[in-house]
Design a protein around this ligand. Structure first.
Ligand code: FAQ
Length: 336
């Protein structure tokens, strides 16, 4: 059963009681479980257990918020990009992230929550977004590093979601992943130019950026599996296809050779190939830093949220004008 762990109701006195399903619900539940087992995709109109819906809403809305807040660290550099070519690429990338946010909000809306409700949850600090976007982009090398490592980690995490059991999310992810792979390549290319054709100062700038972003990127995959409250259920429902730790390991293994190609050192003295495991061993991640950032106390949490709230407030007149225009058009249509 996919819902046993979560479909519980609290009894007076704190003891937990399995939710009693009616015969109809039991039948729907069994059909749903069988479809998940068979690898079927669930559509918005299909019956689904409440907790499947809630879990999807949580994950998809957090993902949407991450894309939107994720525009800020890079948007900050559009006006300071070193060449017209780099400016055009960065502008396109930041616009893509905005588009990803919109596809994802649309996918989440199919589950019954309005965009306004999701935005309100973000602005009030109730909803999470990815920890990674609470770190500052201090130099131009940070922008290449965000493309290479942050988008690289995002792709590693997101490709399996293209097979998510909830079809509207899976469809959105297919389009998003195509764009993310371009994002990762442009970041790598920008760093490669600095490392191979740049000055010593530029090479040092790249190394400094990699030193600062490496560990937060490993945290992007979420807590270790044995400390991840949602992992097992998400995997059983086919929302997540690969666990946090497995994805993190795959990302590390894929990145080591890319770092060699670039000529940068990954800042982990314990990083080494383990022949027996056919994977890289790596050092201890500072999970206290991760939880601090997730709880709102990272280097840029307050600034990021304040920027989003300001952008929302400043855009009120656009939303009002769009609504007034739509109302006028529908009145004209009715009159015609
Ligand atoms: N940051 O039990 P789990 C991008 C929370 S998009 C903050 O393991 P789950 C593109 C988690 O929500 C990046 N919070 O949770 C781009 C949960 O709290 P809750 C975003 C985190 O859901 C690039 C608690 O910890 N990608 O980068 C984080 O099974 C460049 C326990 O964790 C997605 O959202 C974190 N890093 O697994 C844009 C992908 N990790 O909700 C611009 C979709 C965990 O119970 C520029 N999401 N938490 O209160 C997922 O795959 C999953 O939701 C995970 C977390 C893997 C993120």
């Amino acid at each position: 059963m996919y819902t046993q762990a979560m479909d519980t109701m609290a009894r007076e006195g704190g003891a937990k009681l399995e939710k009693v399903l009616s015969a109809d619900e039991q039948h729907l539940q069994e059909r749903f479980d069988a479809r998940i087992d068979a690898g079927d995709f669930i559509e918005a109109k299909d019956w689904m257990p409440d907790n499947y819906r809630k879990t999807l809403l949580r994950q998809i809305s957090q993902h949407a918020h991450s894309e939107i807040v994720g525009m800020l660290p890079e948007g900050n550099w559009i006006a300071r990009a070193p060449t017209l070519k780099r400016k055009a690429i960065l502008l396109a990338k930041v616009q893509d992230e905005g588009g990803h946010g919109l596809y994802l909000y649309a996918a989440a809306e199919t589950l019954g929550q309005s965009r306004d409700q999701m935005v309100e949850a973000l602005h009030s600090g109730k909803a999470k977004y990815s920890s990674i976007f609470n770190y500052p982009t201090l130099t131009w090398a940070d922008i290449g590093t965000v493309g290479w490592l942050v988008d690289g980690a995002a792709i590693m995490n997101q490709v399996p979601i293209c097979r998510c059991s909830y079809a509207p999310y899976a469809r959105a992810m297919i389009r998003i992943c195509r764009e993310e792979s371009f994002h990762q390549r442009q970041g790598f290319d920008s760093l490669l130019v600095m490392m191979k054709e740049g000055t010593d100062a530029q090479r040092a700038m790249v190394q400094d950026a990699v030193d600062r972003w490496w560990w937060p990127c490993l945290m992007m995959f979420g807590p270790p599996d044995d400390q991840s409250p949602n992992n097992a259920q998400g995997m059983r429902w086919g929302i997540k296809r690969v666990s946090n730790d497995t994805l993190r390991q795959k990302f590390i293994d894929a990145t080591v050779d890319q770092a060699k190609l670039l000529g940068v050192t990954l800042p982990d003295p314990d990083l080494k190939w383990n022949e027996e495991r056919q994977a890289h061993d790596f050092g201890t991640i500072d999970w206290s830093e991760f939880w601090r950032v997730v709880a709102g106390d990272g280097p840029n949490n307050r600034e990021r949220l304040a920027m989003r709230v300001k952008a929302w407030d400043d855009g009120a007149w656009v939303r009002e004008a769009a609504l007034a225009h739509a109302a006028k058009q529908s009145t004209q249509k009715e009159a015609a």
